[in-house]
Design a binder for this molecule. Structure first.
Ligand code: ADP
Ligand code: ZN
Length: 606
């Protein structure tokens, strides 16, 4: 069975071998049993059902929540010479009938559809009259109300267990928490399914978090240094901010487009298409953008505002580097984020339990920002995964954070909050500490307080950093309304009484040059200068072929496949055949064209 599966993998996909658990999953499903697959983004879930679909008689039915996902998958499969189609509301009745009759003819290997279509009496009736090889339920976490993408239509999928008990079912998701997992098993009737849980580590992603000073300057510096001419996503909280940031990037010569739910549909679509089809486009977006974006060569994801939880952060950053090549994620966050989140918590109307839950989620996010230990270890621990050693591939591992003894300044800060009556925000209290004789301070006679001017040895920046960390640690609280009035939290008492000391991180707010030379993050940076012309030539050919067929370039070949061509410079179809990602179909479609470009390059070299 495994030998047969490998044969399919090599001939159709042109890949050498399965990754980690793929082989077990494929053989299990191919032999007719159920499975639940939990794998991170980019882990290779699609092959888990696509390979068995080609091994078993009949058509595989794939349930997918989004039309863009279905289109992408089908375009990719067609390139591989696999007979695939999708049924969606974007087709007219005539087109849909044509696909239904292909299904009944047995001339489809895979058929994608949304859950709401599957559960109609009409579709179920057709499926009863057709040999089905398997059911694959993609994005299976949509069945759970705990998650963020709940879709009521997914609940109807339990019908598959009742009506097609003999057909193997496979559920796949990148959401691994226990509650969601239990929901999937129960609601999709997968009690007997073998569960395959992969590590959720994304080793090719470099994690970086920086205190925000001037976000735009920091962002452009980051892109210029680490990802010039790469595709990336920049997330902002508000629509207005996405527009402002996109304009600023454009003004600096970056090909940036904007995406948020408030744009007219045609503009949104055009911007998304540009991002998918052209190389090196940056999309500045609210979190409305992302679900269903399968672009494999997103090289960076930047956040200009704090995500609301580690789940959200992990999901949004996970859109970088699906192709397994080096990618960077960078979060810029600051005092205002902490204040805003505390205010949102204070205003939240839910039950006490709900509030506690929310607080835990935000605290975990803040902890990731303020940690002085490996970010990846902390992130994985949150997802119940133990990583024994620091990762060596995050900003803190690359350059350990210094801490300083902030016990005295912190006590001074807490005392200043208390002495000014717990009625002011950070800016005011800092002014008192550094001894600024502003009108407001004089009017309140706060220049007469003992703490007034006691904090002159620290810069304004250091004071703000200190307040941010006190807030993030929950030693200070802010009010829900107004300008973020500070209050002492009960937790600060031991510190005030001198019973404990406090170490805080020494902020570093600029990128260090070290990273650029030590880790080549862009795909093309790993190439010698002499190879650049070939790389560009291959990319140009890929773009031309993609344009002619109206598909994204990565559907023709991935960056990693083009890079392997540059590295090995195959000069015959037989040699070309050995490159990862070139199966039978792509070899006969594109082999000669790409060989011509390589030969031309080799001729020019000698
Ligand atoms: P997921 O759906 O889990 O996010 P995909 O199925 O899209 O991931 O796979 C991610 C990338 O990895 C794809 O480009 C896919 O072609 C590639 N891939 C998957 N399995 C293998 C393999 N065994 N060998 C080489 N590349 C693979
Ligand atoms: Zn690390």
């Amino acid at each position: 069975m495994l030998a047969q599966a490998r044969e399919v993998l090599q001939h159709v996909w042109g890949y050498d071998d399965f990754r980690s658990q793929q082989a077990d999953i494929v053989t299990r499903v191919a032999s007719g049993e159920d499975a639940l697959v939990l794998m991170p983004t980019g882990g290779g879930k699609s092959l888990c059902y696509q390979v068995p679909a080609l091994m078993r008689p009949g058509t595989a039915i794939v349930i997918s929540p989004l039309i863009s996902l279905m289109q992408d998958q089908v375009a990719t499969l067609l390139q591989l010479g696999v007979r695939a189609a999708y049924l969606s509301s974007s087709l007219d009745a005539y087109e849909a009938r044509a696909i239904e009759s292909q299904l009944l003819d047995g001339s489809l290997d895979l058929l994608y559809m949304a859950p709401e279509r599957l559960v109609t009496a009409r579709t179920l009736d057709i499926l009863q009259r057709t040999p089905i090889s398997l059911f694959a339920i993609d994005e299976a976490h949509c069945v759970s109300q705990w998650g963020h993408d709940f879709r009521a239509d997914y609940l109807g999928l339990s019908v598959l267990a009742e009506q097609f008990p003999q057909v193997p079912r496979l559920a796949l998701t990148a959401t691994a928490d226990l509650r969601t997992r239990a929901d999937i098993k129960r609601l999709l009737r997968l009690e007997n399914a073998e569960v395959y849980l992969s590590s959720f580590d994304r080793p090719n992603i470099f994690y970086r978090i920086l205190p925000r000073l001037n976000a735009l300057e920091q962002l452009t510096d980051f892109i210029k240094r680490e990802h010039p001419s790469d595709a990336g996503i920049v997330y902002c909280l508000s629509r207005a901010k996405t527009e402002k940031v996109a304009e600023a990037l454009q003004a600096r010569g970056f090909p940036a487009v904007v995406y948020h739910a408030g744009l007219p549909a045609h503009e949104r679509e055009a911007n998304q298409t540009k991002f998918l089809r052209e190389e090196g486009v940056i999309v500045v977006a609210t979190i409305a953008f992302g679900m269903g974006i399968d672009k494999p060569n997103v090289r960076f994801v930047a956040h200009l505002d704090l995500p609301k939880s580690l789940e959200a952060y992990y999901q949004e950053t996970g859109r970088a580097g699906r192709d397994g090549l080096a990618s960077t994620v960078c979060l810029f966050y600051g005092l205002q984020d902490v204040i805003k989140h505390q205010q949102m918590l204070a205003q939240s109307e839910g039950s006490e339990e709900h509030k506690r839950h929310e607080r835990r989620r935000i605290d975990a996010m803040l902890q990731l920002c303020e940690t002085t230990d490996c970010r990846r270890q902390l992130l994985l621990r949150y997802f119940d995964e133990h990583m024994p050693k620091p990762c060596g591939h995050c900003d803190i591992c690359a350059e350990p954070v210094a801490t300083w003894d902030a016990t005295e300044p912190a006590r001074m800060a807490l005392s200043a909050v208390y002495r000014t009556g717990q009625r002011y925000g950070v800016e005011y209290v800092v002014e008192v500490l550094v001894g600024k004789r502003s009108d407001r301070i004089l009017a309140n006679q706060h220049e007469q307080l003992a703490v007034f001017g006691q904090g002159q040895s620290l810069s304004l920046k250091s004071w703000r950093s200190l307040f941010r960390q006190l807030l993030a640690k929950g030693l200070l609280l802010v009010d829900g309304e107004g300008f973020g009035t500070l209050r002492l939290a009960p937790e600060c008492r031991p510190l005030l009484k001198g019973e404990v000391s406090l170490a805080l991180r020494q902020d570093k707010d600029t990128l260090t040059a070290q990273r650029r030379s030590s880790t080549a993050s862009r795909a093309s940076q790993t190439l010698d200068a002499a190879d650049q012309p070939l790389w560009l030539g291959l990319r140009a050919l890929r773009r031309e072929l993609a344009l002619a067929q109206g598909v994204p370039p990565y559907v023709i070949f991935h960056d990693s496949t083009l890079m392997a061509m540059v590295e090995h410079m195959p000069l015959s179809l037989n040699e070309m055949r050995l490159i990862g990602g070139i199966g039978d179909s792509k070899l006969s479609r594109y082999g000669d064209d790409f060989l011509a470009v390589i030969r031309q390059h080799v001729d020019a070299m000698v």
